[in-house]
Design a protein around this ligand. Structure first.
Ligand code: NAD
Ligand code: ZN
Length: 332
């Protein structure tokens, strides 16, 4: 699969690592490449990348794994290391890792030298189907997640599902929650697949990516349709905050999606059977367990969601599978 979004290509292919050199050469004429990654991914893939890209002069900067690396202090460390390693204007950055590395490296690429060319090589399911696509980059502050950021398109997004072979199960499931979301907001077939399957094939990964590509194409700057991607996230973010980010994002948005379906049923927008259908998928995937969380305890956090526009909370409901709608205001 080869898709163009804005003016860059998203390539999805099993064993794409074998063609990395060619893919990069077609958009980057020089030899120096600076790879930003985290320690887990570095340990697993440093050798492989060095071998596959032996025609380049490759340098690595590796950060601590985890959300804490999306910070201003890590940003500064990374930039200083890059300069020390000899990075100059027009040298290429590669983000090799999950969404944390993608957001951090993307933000470096958006700002260092007022913009550096960069390529995304996502290695988690979440990063493949979601964060590597659409050009959003960012850092967290103590005051909130993703508060600092920039839109920065990569030169290419190179997606090789073979990276998922080493991904821990809990991280895989984290990504499945977003894939289910993509099914619900944009692809009935993908949703049906998850009713009975736990493991994606290349085909479903492509479908999940396609949902995001289509939405971002229609609305790059989140004026309308891109908000559909926030389905389950208003409550999801509130749940994450309530638990002080000690639970996985995929788990939080799983509960968030169920609350949104319940509220949709109450508002006579969502078909009544959809709550139980989705709950059964999420129970089977062990993304939620019973008793489900009580939504009331999260309401106080919702006012702080930066995605709430000033003129009132916009809430995403599912009218039918693949047919989301946005309504102002939500009755809890
Ligand atoms: P992550 O980057 O922290 O990766 C999860 C864990 O998996 C890490 O420990 C990492 O070291 C490890 N890992 C990565 N690839 C591996 C592999 N192939 N084998 C073994 N281990 C591997 O988390 P994530 O879930 O990928 O990303 C979450 C981040 O993405 C959040 O910060 C979120 O805000 C961001 N995000 C951004 C966007 C966007 O549009 N920019 C969209 C959604 C999420
Ligand atoms: Zn999400």
């Amino acid at each position: 699969m080869r898709q163009t979004l804005d003016n860059y290509e998203i390539v999805v292919k099993q064993n794409l690592m074998n063609d990395l050199g060619e893919e990069i050469t077609s958009v980057y004429p020089y030899k120096d490449i600076f790879v930003i990654t985290d320690h887990n991914v570095f340990k697993l893939y440093e050798n492989l990348l060095t071998t596959k890209l032996n025609m380049f002069n490759l340098k690595f900067v590796s950060v601590e794994p985890g959300e804490q690396s999306k910070s201003l202090s890590t940003y500064q460390e990374v930039v200083q290391k890059l300069l020390k390693l000899g990075m100059r204007k027009n040298h290429l950055l590669i983000a090799l890792g999950g969404g944390v590395v993608g957001d951090l490296a993307g933000f470096v690429a958006a700002t260092l030298f007022r913009g550096a060319p960069f390529i995304q090589i996502p290695t988690t399911l979440l990063a493949m189907v979601d964060s590597s696509i659409g050009g959003k980059t960012g850092l967290d502050l103590n005051e909130g997640k993703n508060l600092i950021g920039a839109y920065k398109n990569p030169l290419k997004v190179l997606i090789d599902p073979s990276f998922l072979d080493t991904l821990p199960k809990v991280e895989y499931k984290n990504g499945l929650a977003e894939v289910l979301k993509h099914g619900l907001i944009g692809d009935p077939k993908l949703y049906e697949y998850l009713k009975v399957n736990d493991k994606l094939t290349l085909n479903e990964i492509k479908r999940a990516i396609q949902v995001k590509v289509n939405i971002v194409k229609k609305d790059p700057f989140e004026q309308n349709e891109r908000m559909f991607l926030n389905f389950g996230h208003t409550f999801g973010h509130a749940i994450e905050r309530h638990y002080d980010f000690a639970i996985k994002h995929g788990v939080a948005i799983s509960y968030g999606m169920l609350i949104s379906l319940e509220l949709g049923i109450k508002a006579k927008i969502t078909p009544a059977h959809l709550f139980d259908d989705v709950k059964n998928i999420l129970l089977r995937l062990e993304l939620v367990k019973e008793p489900l969380l009580d939504k009331k305890q999260f309401i106080e956090y919702i006012g702080f969601d930066k995605k709430n526009l000033a003129d009132g909370l916009r809430f995403v409901y599912i009218k039918n599978i693949g047919e989301p709608i946005i309504k102002k205001g939500v009755e809890i």
